[in-house]
Every structure is written in structure tokens, then in C-alpha cells.
Design a protein around this ligand. Sequence first.
Ligand code: NAD
Ligand code: UDP
Length: 312
Amino acid sequence: MRILVTGGAGFIGSHLTDRLMEEGNEVICLDNFYTGRKQNLYKWLNHPSFEIIRHDITEPIRLEVDQIYHLACPASPVHYQYNPIKTVKTNVMGTMNMLGLAKRVQARFLLASTSEVYGDPEIHPQTEDYRGNVNPIGIRSCYDEGKRVAETLAFDYYRENKVDIRVARIFNTYGPRMLENDGRVVSNFVVQALQGIPLTVYGEGKQTRSFCYVSDLVDGLIKLMNGEYIGPVNLGNPDEYTILELAQAVQNLINPSAEINFQPLPADDPRRRRPDISKAKTLLNWQPTISLPEGLKLTVDDFRERVKVTKS
Ligand code: NAD
Ligand code: UDP
């Protein structure tokens, strides 16, 4: 199978590429290297079944492929808010271009959507039929609303053009290869603890998230792509933690005496988030297998090799 991975040089995209290459597929990665890095794909660069193309998905491209995993889009608030108009373009024009490609070559198309389509959720845990509570004009909207339009586009290409779609709603995912300056909470805390500087907890740290280790998520994406259910389907780990509990878990693992520095809570920061994964369990036979303590340890091992450790 020839498979296109947009955003293939990024965090999830590069782990997905590893798995697809190990399974013997031909893989083409498209990336503009905004938050992705060639190093993430280093081991495949000279492989005859692998190609990487520097390309911005807001421009169309012609390729012949059987499947498209559409992941290109910055995922960290720091990076998607840096140029919010570009984030909207990537989600809307970029997704339209990739759906147009899927339509032309009759490729199966999987959209990496997000739990952010639920906004600051009023129901808990979140099920796929919940329509969300998203602020259309806030600082997170370029991403949240961008992904909501991306889902709309996927379903309209399905209804109007019979494009064979799959839609995954991915919840917070972490693991090796997150950028040191990614800005998301797990990498921030791990880097801070390794560097011996205080952990930045936003607000009182009472808000919750549910953290999925990247290899589990990749399993879910591949099962969704190759199954019959089109989605949307939640992919995430239902174990829910407050941000303060996450900080304590990182302290325990790296430096129990690391200090915590409370900072203002950013606008529209969702108060809680946990996936209901009944659909993924029954329709994809998928559920996460790696607990937060196990996954954090693997993540910290990777960061230790990259971050200059000043105290541990
Ligand atoms: P990431 O920032 O590491 O990867 C995104 C990749 O897309 C990068 O390689 C980046 O260079 C590339 N990219 C961005 N804009 C592009 C453009 N216009 N043209 C071409 N390439 C472009 O993020 P990630 O965590 O790997 O997330 C991958 C996907 O999964 C994203 O679509 C994200 O919205 C979705 N997702 C991630 C999470 C998570 O917790 N990691 C949660 C929900 C959804
Ligand atoms: N957060 C934090 N300290 C940080 C980075 C993030 O307390 O250094 C909080 C953030 O306010 C949010 C949660 O951790 O409540 C998850 O943030 P992240 O950016 O990782 O993901 P998202 O908010 O998109 O789920």
C-alpha cells in the first residue's frame, strides 16, 4: 500500500510513519517543517519505500496514493496561536486540498481531529454525539473551529463525492519526540523538572486532562483507518488527572523537590476532559494499554537524552 502521511515529520506523524514503514508499506510524508523535524524520520531517509516532501498543504499537490492520514496542523496552543490565521488556513484550505486529492485518486482519508471540538465540555466524559461548547471568537478558536470545519469538510466530501473517510477525535497524546519547546503540559513539566526550574502550573492546576501514550494512539489510528467504521470516534486514554497530579507524577519521577510556580490560566482553557471510548472499544476493538506512570517514564528517558540536565 502507498500511504501519505501529512504532518509526517511531527510528533504523532513520525511515530505513525515508523509503524507504517515497519509493516512494509510505502510511505510519503508531506510536511512544511513548522513544528516537525527531519530528525524524527532520520532512520527512513535512505529507505527505498520512503519519501519526504517539503510542502505546505495550503497549496494543492498531485500524488498517487491508496490511503491518506491527514495530520498536518500544529497541535500545541503555543504554536497554533503564533499565527492563528495560518492555523485556520491549514485546517480549512489544507484539509480541502487533501480531501480533493483523496477524491481524485480514490484514496481512503483519515482526519486527525481533536477533543477540542468539544471545547469546554458541559458533559463528562465526552461522547461522540456531544456537539461541544466552543467559543467561536477566542484565542483557541483558530484550532477548535478549524478542526470543526475540517470534520464538516470530511463529511461533506463523503456525502457529496463518496470519499471514503475516517474521523478520529484525538485526546491529549504525549511521548518521546515532543519538541523541547512544544509548550504542551507534559513536555513543559518534563523539561522544567530536568532543568531544575519550577514547574509552571496554569491556574490552580485543578483542570483535568486524560493523557494517551503515543504508541497506543498510533494503534487506534491504524485500526480506524483499516476498519469499516467511519467515525467520528474518540481516541484517548480515559484515565483522568488534574494538572497538579500530573505535576506531582513528574516530580516523583525526576525531582521530588522540584518547585511549582502557579501562573495565570489562559483564556478558554477547558476545565475537564476525558474521553468516553465505548465506541473505540466495541467498533475498533481498541483501548489504551500504557498507563501514565509507564508512559511518562518512557518519555522522560527520551527527554533526558535531549535536554541539558542541570539537576535530577
Ligand atoms: P505536531 O505539531 O508535532 O505535528 C504537526 C505536523 O504538521 C508538524 O510536522 C508540522 O510541521 C506539520 N504542519 C503544520 N502545518 C502544516 C502545513 N500547513 N503544511 C504541511 N505541514 C504542516 O503535532 P502532533 O501532536 O503530532 O499532532 C498531529 C495531529 O494530531 C494534528 O492534526 C493535531 O491537531 C492532532 N491532534 C494531536 C493531539 C495531541 O495531543 N498530540 C491531540 C488532538 C489532535
Ligand atoms: N498547562 C500548564 N502548564 C504548562 C502548560 C499547560 O498548567 O506549562 C495546562 C494548560 O493550562 C491546560 C493543560 O495543562 O489546562 C493542558 O495543556 P496543553 O497545552 O498540554 O493541552 P490542551 O490545553 O490543548 O489540552
